[in-house]
Write a protein that binds this ligand. Sequence first.
Ligand SMILES: [Zn+2]
Length: 127
Amino acid sequence: MTDILAAIEAAIAEDERTAREATPGPWRWGHMWPPYKYGLLGAPHPVSGAPQSIVPSAVPDLLPSKYDAQHIARHDPARVLRQAEAHRRILAVHQLEDGGCESCTSEYWPCPTVRALAHAYGIEVEE
Ligand SMILES: [Zn+2]
């Protein structure tokens, strides 16, 4: 069986890496300066104080749509880092011990909590 904990940890680490490399948040959808009309904006630039442009859009009903931009903004780097921390905390108490989970009463491994985390990262769990 694939080491499910290692696979989840690798997925968490990848999310953290990309979040740390991204423009700091909070991200929001807002008006931009010409030639753009709207855009996905990040935290103010540390020197200029202007919001950092992440995804400018001259035609916000097309690319990205305001709904796509809102979705992206809801998953800004700060949120991804909080989720990674939360998932690590969950994993810390759901470890394999004597063939089952050390925390759950589940005698099966992976326990339902670990399976749910795997699902969140698109990791297939072998039966
Ligand atoms: Zn468990």
